[in-house]
Design a protein around this ligand. Sequence first.
Ligand code: FPP
Length: 263
Amino acid sequence: MFSFSKKDQVTGEVAERQLDEQNIPAHIAIIMDGNGRWAQQRHLPRIAGHKQGMNTVKTVAKAASHLGVKVLTLYAFSTENWKRPTAEVNYLMKLPVDFFGTFVPDLIKNNIRVKVMGYTDQLPAATQKAVRDAIADTADCTGMVLNFALNYGGRAEIVTAVQKLAQQVQAGTLTPDEIDDAAIDQQLMTQDLGELRDPDLLIRTSGEERLSNFMLWQVAYSEFVFTQQHWPDFDQTALEEAIYEYQQRHRRYGGLAPEPTTK
Ligand code: FPP
């Protein structure tokens, strides 16, 4: 059992909570939202929020790994984020360079392996290199997979998968009847995660309750937890609270009888 303290925001009362170690979600995906609002509240430029958000990534990655999470997927840059002002996009493209430049030794110490999903060939050369190096440097780590969604979009991912399947049909190596869930899974960017490809728990920070084109196929049966904190304020306790909420849910996968939440 992992225990943590939860403080009631209204009454100030502190309650001790216990997490069931046997029911830690194997794959957690997070939409890290609210960097801009966090900065705005402090009269800081938006990029200050992204910088603090990067530090939160470090904290949360280590916390998730210690709790026994097997895959942590983080939505760092969407295929739609290119619409932001150039200076902000440039800063967001530099973040992986800073992050991996300073954090890879810590990742290795924590046995965390880096993976990236997204259209990485469209990223600036320095960002691509930082990503490639981090993947190579952590390739022998056998613990949690820290999976960054970088220049990722759920619809684009599905379009690409459909195109590949259509090419196989055209080439005569696949018949339309053979296209099933598994065939589609095989063409998605989560394919190499095997049985862990679908998030058990999806968290979105900062109060918005939408998917914003994130892992549209893979979240079919995920539990969603929305928190009010802006991403830079998210921490180990917030992660534990989200897992606690997940552990109160009964996952039924479309069936009737309640099933245990472990897969
Ligand atoms: C959403 O907040 C956040 C992003 C688009 C960027 C997320 C990036 C990080 C948290 C840092 C990632 C770190 C690495 C290592 C790649 P927002 O800017 O939309 O916030 P707002 O809705 O309050 O404006």
